[in-house]
Ligand binder design. Structure first.
Ligand code: SDX
Length: 431
């Protein structure tokens, strides 16, 4: 039987290599080119990593053609319907669903770490009140290593675990404080009697002046949103965290790098851009104009919340969020149904347009999430912060997986040099 390798042949350069194949549990297999340059002096070229697997991972599986997303083998639809976010966080970090005792212990550990070092509060005063909350998040999360010195030895599994717990526990507190700073209201401390999601909503919307009761529909929606955003294999921000971590940088710096990458409108910043786009479109009568702009190559405009590098079918998260939109808008005292109707109509028109059909451009996770955030009273500039809150556990899980890999090495891609050939320095008087 023919060996399971790929043959690389270049008679002109006298190269003939048999490259081994790496098979996954499921999904595409890969040609192992890790020794290609050492053995042949030839590089592979793949800008944007369209055809490149950067690592092996056991955390999340995506089948873009079939619209499948699984965390540690569990379908996202089942986790979204039946699990709590901390249950899913435990699954992503430890590889299996927790028992009731394990979950209770995990919840207690996370609750223990929700407060911030009191001095950290002063950091917020350094930001102008109208600073974008994502700018505050990048700064404050990156500064955590200046406050938590006792969990920075990335080669110590116990330190890694403590940092993981601190990040998961403190992100909602940091995020809510970013919002409070933005609206010039006092920061609200965590309430350890509340669930992870209820605690976040309380820190966001309660004030010292009057009692605040968390709405159960809002708590359920936040739980679902955090689960849907928790991980997504090697997306841009997760790959950023892995690359930053590969230099053995501390975990707080790595997650700050992930937050920075997520902020881009091509990635996690898209949810804020979708709401801004829907507001600009304003009315169903304007949809055709914006669809034409999205198709016009001379126009930089893209239909935000549409398209995906991996999903060439529906993003399963968008399907779930479309349904949750209806439920939240029905149950919460907001009248954003015109916005939701506009989004539904935009989706329907785009999905029947040859340009989008041919390029397999479907709504992604960011298309509907912003409508739900708005219905919860969360402002547009906090939408990507919400994405970061869900994704933190995924970033941390990938960082932990990479750091515990005995084969772990610094990530250092090469390039194809297209610049000037060698030339001699010209004294300035002769230029
Ligand atoms: C997230 O990677 C992840 O997993 C990300 C994420 C996660 O959970 O981490 O799922 C979260 O980032 C979702 C994506 C959010 N971004 C947006 O909604 C921004 C709008 N979408 C596009 O910018 C784009 O679709 C990307 C960035 C999402 C994907 O870009 P690709 O894979 O590089 O595709 P491409 O730019 O090469 O586009 C292929 C074709 C091009 O046309 P042609 O040159 O072939 O004629 O499709 C066109 C593009 O112009 N196209 C779009 C479009 N997206 C792609 N045209 C109009 N509107 C769009 N949204």
């Amino acid at each position: 039987m023919a060996d399971n390798t790929y043959e690389l042949c270049n008679e002109h350069k006298g190269i003939k290599e048999h490259l081994p194949v790496i098979e996954g549990t499921q999904g595409p297999h890969a040609v192992d080119v890790s020794k290609l340059y050492r053995d042949t002096g030839v590089l592979t070229y793949d800008p944007g990593f369209m055809s490149t697997a950067s690592c092996e991972s056991r955390i999340t599986y995506i089948d873009g053609e079939a619209g499948i997303l699984e965390y540690r083998g569990y379908p996202i639809e089942q986790l979204a319907e039946k699990a709590t976010f901390l249950e899913v966080a435990y699954l992503l970090l430890h590889g299996d669903l927790p028992s009731s005792v394990q979950l209770r212990e995990f919840e207690q550990i996370i609750v223990y770490h929700t407060m911030l070092n009191e001095t950290l509060k002063n950091f917020y005063d350094g930001f102008h009140h109208d600073a974008h909350p994502m700018a505050i998040m990048v700064g404050v999360v990156g500064s955590l290593s200046a406050f938590y010195h006792d969990s920075l030895d990335v080669n110590d599994p116990h330190h890694r675990e403590v940092s993981a717990h601190r990040l998961l526990a403190k992100m909602p507190t940091i995020a809510a404080a970013s919002y409070k700073h933005n609206i010039s209201e006092p920061i609200v401390y965590p309430d350890n009697n509340l669930s992870y999601c209820a605690n976040f909503l309380n820190m966001m919307f309660s004030t010292p002046c009057e009692p605040y009761e968390v709405n159960s529909t809002a708590e359920k929606a936040v739980n679902l949103l955090f689960i849907l955003h928790a991980d997504h294999e090697q997306n841009a921000s997760t790959s950023t965290v892995r690359l930053a971590g590969s230099s053995l940088a501390n975990p707080f710096a790595c997650i700050a790098a992930g937050i920075a990458s997520l902020w881009g409108p091509a990635h996690g910043g898209a949810n804020e851009a979708v709401l801004n786009m829907l507001t600009d479109i304003g009315d169903v009568s304007q949809i055709d104009k914006y669809i034409a702009k999205a198709k016009d190559k001379s126009d930089k405009f893209r239909l935000m919340g549409f398209g995906h590098r991996v999903y060439k079918n529906f993003d399963p998260r968008a399907d779930i969020l479309r349904e949750v939109c209806k439920e939240v808008l029905d149950k919460l005292p907001v009248d954003d149904s015109p916005l939701f109707e506009l989004a539904l109509r935009l989706e329907e028109i785009a999905l029947h347009d040859e340009y989008f059909v041919k390029r397999k451009l479907y709504p992604n996770v960011d298309f509907y999430s912003g409508i739900i955030y708005r219905a919860l009273g969360i402002p547009n500039n906090m939408f990507t912060v919400m994405f970061a809150l869900g994704r933190t556990v995924g970033w941390v899980a990938h960082w932990m997986e990479m750091m515990s890999d005995p084969e772990q090495k610094i990530g250092r891609p090469r390039q194809i040099y297209k610049g000037s050939p060698r030339r001699e320095y010209i004294p300035i008087e002769n230029r």
